[in-house]
Write a protein of this length. Sequence first.
Length: 223
Amino acid sequence: MMRLLLAEDEKEMAAAVTAVLQYSGYEVDCVFDGLSAVDMAQKNVYDCMIFDIMMPKMSGVEALKILRRSGDVTPVIMLTAKTELDDRITSLDAGADDYVMKPFSMGELLARIRSIIRRAGTFSPAVLTVGSVKLNVEEQNLSCKNSISLSGKETKLMKFFMLNVDKVLSTKDLFTHVWIDETEVSEDIVWIYISYLREKLEAVNADIEILGEKGESFILTKK
């Protein structure tokens, strides 16, 4: 199930939007200020985040800037006032991927969420770095003190870890994001590929490691 983060300080509106998103098949976490949005985004994995611009404690734009500076490339849709052109420009300059003007129809918001999630792979850089380890996504190559080739699935799994460094990722999270189109494999495949990646991280003398046990949650962190 796709997971969304909604940050909207108007609680009645937030409740209504959350209800429609959940009815449409999304798992939704809802917060009411920008500071909480940053906290949730730094702890959890989302397929898309929706931020209102005007929120207490921290604006949606400031929250987005903090997340983008930290390397978070999760697609973000900003909710902007219909009359405020500057808000839309500021949002895009801060790293927003799209915006929806208030008042909006839920049909439009749902369509933009679907579109942005389909394009999500294009938002991440071709080379990811955590610690001294680099992952070249296009060349499927992992390097540190030396380098080693990865398979397609190993690359996709390592990319997901590196985009979510220091976040606790469940076996289900990993399976859903890496084997989303697979119908003939079970979640047991996750542990097999974790083992492959651990061996390859050792082979390049990496200063990062994947912690966790079979069937449970995992985290990529610095040694």
